[in-house]
Design a protein around this ligand. Sequence first.
Ligand code: COA
Ligand code: ZN
Length: 305
Amino acid sequence: MQTDVLITDVGPRDGLQNQSRILSPAQRIALIEQLIAAGVRSIEAGAMVSPKAVPAMAGSDEVIASIATRYPVQLQALVPNVKGYQLAVQAGAKAVLFVICASQSMNQKNVRLSVEDSLLQLQQILQLATQDQVEVLTCIAVAWHCPFEGKTPVATVSQLVTQLQRLGASQLVLADTIGAANPASVRHLLQVIVQQQDAALLGCHFHDTRAMGLANAAAAVDVGIRRFDAAIGGLGGCPFAPGATGNVATEDLVMMLEQMGLRTGIDLAALCQVGTFAGELTGQCTGGRADRWRQLQLAAQQPLY
Ligand code: COA
Ligand code: ZN
């Protein structure tokens, strides 16, 4: 069994994009530095999107430039189009996450493009990225459920995966953007997609809206997935997807995976402290049950794993 798991903390992007309190680039840099110190190896540091559409992501170029020049971590920026890709590369990003939705309505709301036009944007990005030696990950948003169109048919996601593969998109992330999946629907979709796409190149992104984030991650582990997004403190939500709440909390995911015998390389005690810091910065942290349990273990002088 493959025991190493790669967790990408998307807190500095997904976690902050919809917060009422807008953090400065310096505060976001401080948060990322603490995540790195806790052993997080992969971080979504910001989004190259219109600051009119998402004011909280303004200054993402500054955040990326600061971290990319100082730390050897996998740092990615979310990009919705070619312009975003160019801005990310100018800032020094060596990896981008291109987002495309599995439903037309959500894609329109999110990036104001049809799914076909997003595919054309991706095609150009992939060409540029080959020259620039930039890694491109592609996130399929609303892979299980769309807030406007309801349940996303498995066949729709499967066809989109085929189209993406034809363009040469090799790393894919399936996102439950509004947190409406359950372990059965996670297993069902993934069992189909892993027939098409090597599980090693497939990641999952779960939100905890219905308290099933961890259960969904466990179902994905059973199907062979070893790459997950999570957000420190369970922060998160999408301004364009009604009903989206926090991501699965990174500290809870680390706790679960480590206790299942998998290895994340992340120090849970240090990570819990980052969760506290994220709470102080934002004034709002919904997730992160691991810290309470960790403190009980500590008081009882019992080991974490
Ligand atoms: N980053 C920053 N600015 C961008 C941009 C990008 N990726 N893409 C376009 N723009 C700018 C254009 O240069 C233009 O600027 P101007 O008014 O100064 O000339 C302006 O935005 C409008 O350009 P247009 O191509 O018509 O974009 P739009 O108004 O249709 O908006 C997006 C498209 C994608 C930029 C916008 O919808 C967006 O930023 N969405 C955010 C998506 C998001 O973050 N979702 C949550 C995470 S999944
Ligand atoms: Zn998300």
